[in-house]
Design a binder for this molecule. Structure first.
Ligand SMILES: Nc1ncnc2c1ncn2[C@@H]1O[C@H](COP(=O)(O)OP(=O)(O)OP(=O)(O)O)[C@@H](O)[C@H]1O
Length: 675
């Protein structure tokens, strides 16, 4: 079954020109007969980062290595050694303040690995908690597989991926969130890997796939990666503290310390503790040769990390009295010295020579160009699937809309009882205005509560976007459409309660306007909050910024300060015209007051007309139709959504470029100052 799905996927890929065959003859065959494979080689890779004060720091220094199809390469080293940076450099995901030099070759060619060319599993599992494991993988398949692939075959591929990752038992369990029972951490990791391997990528990067897992889960995950590599894939993963069982599953080990290579070569045979019985081709032999043999009964991987972690010097200095020293050579000198001699020893060793030679050879063989492994689905299919997934998420997450609907209803009932049958007395003029302002100002404010959910959505979007699953437009469309039914429900429910309890201007068109204006206002707030979420990923900051903007919007709506009294520069032009509150309040005042007759202050005539109140009390232009005001709110929604789109694009393209530019400028300035 698995084989079937694989060949099916390959055939649909080749027909859609996802993989461009360039030099077929030079292409090595992988164990399962699939032709496309990926050799990654890196030579003299340096990464320099610019710090905020303009200082620079070398994070990686002169790294050379390679990873071949059918192998599992583990990047190991203490915290801060540069494992993630090397992974990021290889996968084209370096931060914008990092400057890369050296050669990175994919199948012998310089390659820009981004947006789905290779699968990348990040350290944290950004998954949608309200979906089950099967649904998560299925939606991902729908988002990425070609439309012409029959549904049954997509399902087969999903099921085979579930089986391959050993997720059968929890396939119908929710990923989990604050109110839904969740799968375990190890299962979450496997779901993330399942999503990465769904499109059968030839190259797989994983940043600490076993971090936070117990030893059994870590072994399971590593064993799965080992099996994936045996399928002809090139697997490169950073691993923090592997157990000896996990270590045995690595084919190659790249040991780093302080951004320098301590060892690169075979990882096999490392489980043999006594170096006298070791083959030359093992890290234990290397350590023994370098003068730091792994003591008997010590896990070799612990020993390698012990030798390469200079933090032990600090620990030793702090706990001098408490440590009992044995005759381990590591206790006689500082770890910094150990690292220095290991790095030096490696540089002049056979291991380094072999690595350089192999990289040279690999760079001469020009192989297949791997094109994006991202989505093959059409724009329509992506939009449909994403809208559906987002709708399912919203309807299952109690905190997304349901809670807000309840609160909206409760507040509407409270408002309805406070302004019950507001009437047409003299004081009713002010009461109606205040009630309308509350509805469009304060009640819409409650939409801020959805911000944490938006932030979660943005995280999933960013992961999927980085892996090339869909574009920004698809995300904006799906987000708008999926929220629509809930916003309509909020507007109808709370609008109806308010309208009839307060007894606003009777008549269907007045009721329709009220509900439509409420819907438009809530949607405008949502759009604004989404735009904020695209640039402010922290929800506390986002809520504060959102509250600030909405507060200003209320201030210039024409209720707290009458329109002509709002200071013209800035506040009236353009701020008030750019806020939905202004249009909503003006439109609703007209919708409610126009056509009504109110008692005067004295019980005798003349009565006050609604038009008079609008003009002379609220300073409102009665000649402008309320429908124009409503159209203005809808136009603002479009503007806010366009801003949302632009923000994402800026975040994606302009900000990294700008940060990179600033980093380079700071570096130059610093260099000039030093000179
Ligand atoms: N963009 C950056 N700007 C500034 N410093 C950076 C940047 N990227 C990495 N560093 C620094 O480089 C060093 C290596 O970081 P890296 O994340 O690669 O280490 P690591 O080995 O993956 O560590 P860990 O196991 O803790 O994740 C760290 O000291 C880190 O602070």
């Amino acid at each position: 079954m698995m084989r079937n799905s694989l060949s099916l996927l390959s055939s649909s890929f080749s027909s859609s020109s996802a993989i461009v065959e360039i030099e077929e003859a030079s292409e090595p065959q992988s164990p399962n007969g699939i032709v496309v494979s990926s050799h990654v080689a890196w030579k003299d890779v340096n990464v320099m980062v610019t710090l905020n004060n303009g200082d620079t720091r070398n994070v990686l220094e002169g790294l050379t290595g390679y990873a071949e199809p059918g192998t599992f390469t583990a990047l190991m080293g203490p915290s801060g050694a540069g494992k993630s940076t090397l992974l990021d450099a290889l996968s084209g995901r370096l931060a914008s303040n990092a400057i890369l030099s050296g050669k990175i070759l994919l199948n012998g060619r310089k390659a820009k690995l981004s947006f789905g060319t290779a699968a990348y599993v990040t350290q944290d599992d950004t998954l949608i908690g309200t979906l089950t494991v099967r649904e998560t993988i299925y939606y991902s398949a729908q988002l990425r597989l070609p439309d012409r692939m029959p549904l049954s075959e997509k399902r087969t591929l999903v099921e085979s991926t579930i089986t391959q990752m050993g997720l059968q038992d929890c396939a119908d369990t929710f990923i989990g969130n604050w109110h839904l029972r969740s799968i375990s951490g190890g299962e979450k990791r496997r779901v993330s890997i399942a999503l990465a391997i769904l499109m059968r990528p030839r190259l797989l990067f994983l940043d600490e796939p076993t971090s936070g897992l117990d030893s059994a889960s870590a072994f399971f995950v590593t064993q799965t990666l080992h099996c994936l590599s045996r399928d002809g894939r090139t697997v490169i993963a950073s691993i923090h503290q592997p157990s000896s069982e996990v270590f045995e599953l690595f084919d190659r080990l790249y040991l780093l310390s302080g951004g320098k290579t301590v060892y690169f070569g075979q990882a096999s045979a490392a489980n043999q503790a006594r170096y006298t019985s070791l083959t030359r081709d093992s890290p234990s032999f290397f350590f023994a040769e370098a003068g730091f043999p792994c003591p008997s009964f010590r896990n070799p991987s612990d020993h390698f990390l012990r030798c390469s972690n200079s933090d032990f010097d600090k620990v030793k200095a702090t706990l001098r009295e408490l440590i009992k020293y044995n005759d381990d050579p590591l206790n006689k000198i500082t770890t910094a010295e150990v690292i220095r001699s290991l790095v030096d020893f490696y540089r002049h060793s056979q291991y380094c020579y072999v690595a350089n030679e192999t990289v040279e050879e690999l760079s001469k063989v020009k192989g297949t160009v791997l094109d994006s492994n991202g989505s093959q689905a059409s724009f329509f299919m992506q939009s449909y699937t994403l809208t559906k997934r987002s709708f399912v998420n919203m309807s299952r997450d109690f905190g997304y809309y349901w809670l807000r609907i309840v609160i909206y209803l409760v507040v509407s009932i409270c408002l309805g009882t406070i302004y019950l049958n507001v009437g047409t007395k003299y004081n009713s003029i002010q009461a109606r205005a205040a009630c309308s302002s509350f509805v469009f100002g304060f009640m819409t404010f409650m939409s801020i509560g959805g911000f944490p959910s938006f932030v979660e959505d943005m995280k999933v979007f960013q992961r999927e976007r980085m892996n090339g699953h869909y574009g920004v437009i698809v995300f904006v469309i799906s987000n708008t459409l999926s929220a629509m039914p809930f916003l309509i429900l909020i507007a109808i429910l709370s609008g109806t309660v308010c309208y009839f309890m307060v007894h606003f201007h009777p008549g269907f068109s007045h009721y329709l306007f009220f509900v439509l204006a409420l819907y438009a206002s809530i949607t405008a707030v949502e759009s604004l909050m989404m735009a904020i979420a695209s640039v402010v990923p922290n929800f506390l900051m986002g809520i504060i910024i959102g509250a600030g903007i909405l507060g200003i919007s209320m201030l210039v709506s024409g209720f707290f300060r009458l329109p002509y009294d709002i200071p013209k520069p800035v506040w009236r032009y353009p701020v008030s015209y750019l806020t939905f509150d202004f249009w909503a309040v003006q439109g609703q005042y007209k919708n409610d007051l126009k056509g009504l007759i109110f008692d005067n202050q004295s019980p005798h005539p003349p009565k006050i007309t609604g038009e008079y109140a609008l003009k002379h009390i609220f300073q409102i232009d009665v000649n402008r139709s309320k429908w124009v005001d409503l159209s203005a709110i809808f136009s603002l929604i479009i503007i806010y959504r366009v801003i949302f789109f632009i923000m994402i694009k800026i975040n994606e393209d302009v900000t990294p470029w700008l940060r990179g530019y600033i980093a380079r400028r700071k570096m130059q300035q610093n260099g000039a100052n030093q000179n």
